[in-house]
Design a protein around this ligand. Structure first.
Ligand code: KIV
Length: 269
């Protein structure tokens, strides 16, 4: 195989695991359509997350709850078709993985029709994760702030500040790894807690509002391009502020993640 073909090869879960072992940070952004997918891919972003945040930034809802499996398939297919190198992770939306069987049916749609290489689900759903992995479906866990549980949590709040809750998040992270997950998103947890989890686990952690010691970082694309409506969350940063184009802003983000310059203390808890 030529060097050129090698350089364009699509990343796999083995590549992401190797990046953690080598101490190379993983850059990740959300993506929802083909144009941004191609641009992010060109800029070198390692992982494209088709997040159910599309319920807010694309569909205009005030939470992720209205998003359906068919919405996710549509956007995942658009992103997966347009990228060459980046690894594609797609969210299982609200109430689409209540049982292992339901999760399998919906994860299969995300992979077969949506082109996903991995599915992400929120919470310590150990039985569901183990079942999906046994069926050959790579899984990304998601702990800390769980946007699909916003009504139970009573708002979008930092999780794991109290010792008991922090211990529960560490225990859940270990169970998720043991169940066979290959990646773990940590959202809005104190930096020290995310650092401890990243050190304990052999699978890569991807942080959002979780400090610089995670193995990678993710942001909602429209937040870091400063085109989301409403207040930008503390953990995000306007990368357009010092860039002359969208592609330059994305390249700055990629470099800032790789060099551990982002997130800074001001973006962390
Ligand atoms: O839906 C999403 O964009 C996400 C990220 C915030 C991690 O799950």
């Amino acid at each position: 195989m030529s060097l050129y073909a090698d350089a364009l090869k699509t990343l796999t879960i083995s590549d992401l695991a190797a990046m953690k072992r080598a101490g190379e940070k993983i850059s990740c952004l959300t993506a929802y359509d083909a144009s941004f997918s191609a641009l992010l891919d060109r800029a070198g972003i390692d992982v494209l997350l088709i997040g159910d945040s599309l319920g807010m930034v694309i569909q205009g809802h005030d939470s992720t709850l209205p998003v359906t499996v068919s919405d996710m398939v549509y956007h995942s297919r658009s992103v997966a078709t347009a990228r060459k190198r980046a690894f594609v992770v797609t969210d299982l939306p609200f109430a689409s993985y209540a049982t292992p069987e339901q999760a399998l049916l919906n994860a299969a749609s995300l992979m077969q029709a949506g082109g996903a290489q991995m599915v992400k689900l929120e919470g310590a759903k150990i039985e569901v994760i183990r079942f999906l992995v046994d069926q050959g479906i790579p899984v990304c866990g998601h702990l800390g702030l769980l946007p699909q549980s916003v009504n139970r949590l009573g708002g979008y709040k930092v999780q794991g500040r109290e010792a008991q809750q922090a211990r529960q998040i560490v225990a859940d992270a270990e169970k998720i790894e043991q169940a066979g997950a290959s990646l773990l998103v940590l959202e809005c947890v104190p930096s020290g807690l995310a650092a401890e989890i990243s050190q304990r686990l052999s699978i890569p952690t991807i942080g959002i509002g979780a400090g610089v010691d995670c193995d990678g970082q993710v942001l909602v694309l429209y937040d870091m391009l400063n085109i989301s409506t409403g207040k930008r969350p503390r953990f995000s940063k306007d990368f357009m502020a010092d860039a002359s184009s969208i592609e330059e802003a994305v390249r700055h983000y990629h470099q800032a993640v790789k060099s551990a310059q982002f997130p800074a203390a001001e973006h962390s808890y």
